[in-house]
Design a binder for this molecule. Structure first.
Ligand code: ATP
Ligand code: MG
Length: 859
């Protein structure tokens, strides 16, 4: 149906077409192997719901597994539906989606709308504090706990909606020997939750837990959701599954896509069982299977299949490709990781040089089992000046200088966020030692206020609490002054880039970096990058706001609430500055406003008691209410009325009104920026960078759903695939699937390599090839080959063919050329670069002899 009207339907195969056009009211499961177009179908289905079924974009919630995947989906939908509609979709990870709803409606479950998202490091700090506090008790009962381990238990509990109490009960009923440990963890869990709430913050898992709480307590916030679509469904955990049920509840529209063979997050509580659970929860589920792989060559597909089918418990699936078999998958063995890495660098250069401009740096990916493997690879690429980007490696937002600056911004946004206070109260150095900080925190705790608030009170002249050093007041002055200045600037809506400059300026941060840190230049570059990033985020926010979000935007509006705001605005009831975006329908009715010819916006003065309020409406329909003393720039030392944040939490019947006022388009630029950057510290933190083709280095886990023409998988060794940490059968099976996911990212060329020797944990280890590829070689010899593809010949052949018979009127796309380059005949071996590794000699005997044919090839 509608093929002519919707060109994107024309390229779909029959099964894909059925999936896209299936009735929205029937729960849909699309089950299929990698590269079969699942994500493409999901994206097309979104477009089809809008264009064919007439859904409003904001009635559709589409959930992807990573931020990167949601960006890609959005890009595609911008093409299909236009920018405005694509912006209005609720599109993101489960975490980001929940954050959006909580920011807007959190007050319905007593969550202040200015909560901060605590990142992994903040959480670790909180936990290590808790562990320290009960060190004696733990020592006594001989329980040794590391913060990472406790946090991972808590995370597991949150993934299955287990509360601290429920965990304690489980511990009491569990007859196993680790009972007492679980009981202690349950107590820590309760304390940890209290600490987070006290700091007015949520950790990543909380975004889901609180989202669920919100949707269950106030289901009406989801009334407008007509369809939920979930990509990578095999990796949802129980909490995410429950969230999906909430989204599906109002109208029953649900479509999921997944592949049990690619479930690789079992270690983080993903439940592949959710696929079956759906049959109970959604009667009449229709399953559609896709069997044609469009991504990879026949050789890559057979090799990957040979790996995954070693799992005898797996449900068998068909997957075929109409692409030719072409160049075999390469298996290479090297003596050491350094040589392996220099091979990869060499091979990238070779393929680019000989592909006649068909391949560029961004066509390559190096997929790693874990992050630490990247160091050697990175330095090899650098040596050969190959531009590269590390995804999920040293995350940008975890760098010291970035965390420092963010901490200032967080404090300005949210006085109660104590982890930020602890981080920067003495950064740069202000002679406030650890002892003073501890005392200050203890005093604040006993007064039931945050340490930031106490510091401000001290500066405002409140007497020092007993036990604090008198010098403290003097030492705190610049810190408090800087935070206040920032807060005021932020409340005026100052762009975040300027706020960052303000921090640097007010705290002497540049000088501090220059004098205290060795690699000043690169750190300073990061600071500049943060400023540029803030500009990108601001543009994004502006785009969202410009999309007339209330009328046509991310959630339908309760017009009664808007009316209430209008009434209050007109009655001059607001005491503090507030911004309300009005529905155009109501704009006409704000008759209290008079035209102000000078500023192209309309404004009026309203008396509220004895205060004069200035009400103005900007061109874009934003109504701003300013009390007249706020108009003058407030000075730093003036005491400020704060209730733990920007806005006073509301109570009573006006709740809805308040929560609407905190809609994303009405968040301050700072709050919006913090939310965006905190969410991107999640697993894959992809740095926004200016477009420059780069080789991607990433973990397999973050490579999910993505594809590249050329893929290298180094370290395919025992102890890595499977990881030495995995011993049980189900863990080994997950490791096997991990290798399967890695291999199926490749479109044209795939190289698996392993070393005879590798340092692990500071120890030298002899290494063998992974048992997974060992099995392939034993049972299907020839599937993996030691040869490398001769791209040069392939391209030349293709080009001469094309010159002889130019394609009729068709644009020669990269894809077309690829199709032919796929059939590259092999070169026989690799010309090893000069040994550069200190361990080289030990393996010299075993080193592969240099290939004569490769030498000829170079000549
Ligand atoms: P994964 O399981 O790895 O996430 P997937 O099933 O989601 O894979 P997609 O990423 O949607 O697969 O598609 C893989 C590739 O195949 C993409 O480049 C996509 O554009 C292409 N593709 C999908 N369907 C078709 C089709 N009908 N015709 C041509 N190309 C297609
Ligand atoms: Mg996909």
């Amino acid at each position: 149906p509608g093929e002519a009207k919707y060109p994107y339907l024309a390229s779909l195969n029959a099964a894909q077409m059925r999936a896209v056009t299936a009735s929205p009211s029937i729960p849909l499961q699309i089950l299929a192997g990698p590269g079969s177009g699942k994500t493409r179908v999901l994206t097309s289905r979104v477009a089809y719901l809008v264009q064919h079924h007439g859904y409003r974009p904001y009635e559709i919630v589409a959930v992807t597994f990573t931020n990167k995947a949601s960006k890609e989906m959005k890009k595609r939908l911008q093409v299909l539906l236009g920018d405005k509609a694509a912006d209005a979709l609720v599109l993101g990870t489960f975490h980001a989606t929940c954050a959006k709803y909580l920011r807007r409606y959190g007050q319905l479950i007593e969550l202040p709308n200015n909560f901060i998202i605590a990142d992994a490091e903040d959480c670790k700090k909180i936990m290590s504090g808790l562990l320290k506090a009960r060190k004696d008790i733990l020592d006594e009962s001989r329980i040794s706990l590391k913060e990472g381990a406790v946090l991972s238990e808590i995370s597991k509990a949150k993934a299955k909606e287990e509360s601290p109490d429920a965990m304690a009960i489980r511990a009491a009923h569990d007859p196993s020997s680790s009972t007492s440990t679980t009981a202690v963890i349950a107590e820590l869990y309760a304390e940890y939750e209290a600490a987070l709430r006290e700091a007015n913050s949520l950790d990543f898992d909380d975004l889901l837990v609180f989202g669920l709480k919100l949707f269950r307590t106030a289901p009406r916030v989801l009334e407008g959701c007509r369809h939920i679509l979930v990509d990578e469904f095999q990796d949802t955990n129980t909490t995410q599954y429950e969230l999906m049920k909430c989204f599906a509840k109002p109208h029953g529209g649900v479509s999921v896509v997944g592949d049990p063979d690619q479930s690789i997050y079992g270690w983080r509580s993903a439940e592949v069982e959710n696929l079956n659970k759906m049959n109970d929860d959604f009667p009449g589920v229709e399953a559609i299977y896709l069997e044609e792989n469009y991504r990879s060559t026949g050789s890559i597909l057979s090799a990957a299949h040979a790996v995954v089918s070693q799992d005898r418990d797996r449900i068998k699936k068909n997957l075929y490709t109409s692409h030719p078999k072409s160049t075999p998958v390469t298996q290479k063995v090297f003596s050491t990781p350094v040589i392996e890495a220099s091979f990869i660098a060499w091979e990238i250069k070779r393929l680019i040089a000989y592909s006649g401009g068909v391949l560029g740096y961004d066509d390559f990916a190096i997929l790693l089992r874990y992050n630490a493997l990247s160091r050697v690879i990175e330095s090899a690429l650098q040596k050969d000046s190959i531009p590269n980007r590390i995804v999920g490696g040293h995350k940008f937002f975890e760098r010291m200088e970035i965390k420092d600056l963010l901490a200032y911004l967080q404090l300005a946004d949210n006085q109660g966020f104590t982890p930020a206070f602890v981080r920067v109260v003495n950064t740069p150095k202000r002679a406030i030692g650890d002892k003073s900080v501890a005392d200050l925190m203890a005093a604040a705790k006993s007064m039931k206020i945050s340490p930031m608030e106490l510091s401000e009170r001290i500066i405002d002249g409140e007497p020092l609490p007993a036990g604090l050093k008198p010098a403290l007041k003097k030492n705190l002055a610049t810190f408090v002054g800087a935070v206040r200045k920032l807060r005021r600037a932020a409340e005026r809506g100052t762009p975040v880039g300027d706020l960052i400059k303000l921090v640097i300026d007010k705290t002497g941060y540049e000088e501090y970096l220059r004098t205290s840190q060795q690699d000043f230049d690169s750190r300073w570059e990061n600071v500049q990058e943060l400023i540029s990033y803030s500009v990108t985020v601001a543009e994004e926010q502006a785009r969202q706001a410009a999309g007339d979000s209330i009328e046509d935007g991310f959630m339908p509006t309760n017009s009664a609430a808007v009316e209430a705001i209008v009434n209050r605005v007109q009655a001059g009831e607001r005491e503090t500055k507030d911004q309300v975006k009005l529905h155009p329908m109501f704009r006409r009715e704000t008759s209290g406003l008079s035209d102000d010819s000078r500023s192209r916006s309309r404004s009026a003065s309203v008396m509220n008691g004895k205060d004069k309020l200035k009400v103005s409406e900007a061109e874009n329909g934003v109504i701003e209410v300013l009390s007249s003393d706020e108009e003058d720039e407030a000075d730093d030392t003036k005491p400020q009325a704060m209730t733990n944040g920007r806005r006073k939490p509301s109570t009573g019947p006006s709740e809805t009104v308040e929560s609407l006022a905190s809609a994303p388009e009405n968040m301050t630029p700072l709050a919006y920026f913090l939310q965006t950057s905190m969410l991107s510290t999640d697993t894959e933190a992809d740095q926004e960078d200016t477009y420059q083709p780069k080789v991607t280095i990433t973990t397999v886990h973050s490579a999910k759903g993505l594809e590249w023409p050329v893929v290298f998988i180094p370290a395919v060794e025992q102890g890595t695939y499977p990881s030495y940490r995995c011993t049980e059968a189900h863990e080994i099976a997950e490791e096997r699937r991990l290798l399967y996911v890695a291999m199926t990212r490749a479109q044209n060329f795939l190289t698996l390599s392993h070393c005879q020797f590798r340092m692990m944990g500071g120890e030298e280890n002899d290494k063998e090839a992974s048992e997974f590829i060992g099995m392939v070689n034993r049972h299907q010899p020839g599937l993996l080959s030691t040869t490398l593809p001769d791209v040069d010949l392939a391209v030349r052949r293709y080009m001469s063919n094309m010159l002889a018979r130019p394609p009729p009127d068709e644009e020669v796309t990269k894809d077309m050329i690829f199709k032919h380059v796929r059939a590259a005949p092999p070169v026989s071996t690799w010309d090893a670069p000069e040994p550069r590794d200190k361990y080289q000699n030990r393996f010299a005997r075993r080193e592969v002899t240099k290939a004569t044919r490769a030498a000829e090839y170079w000549a």
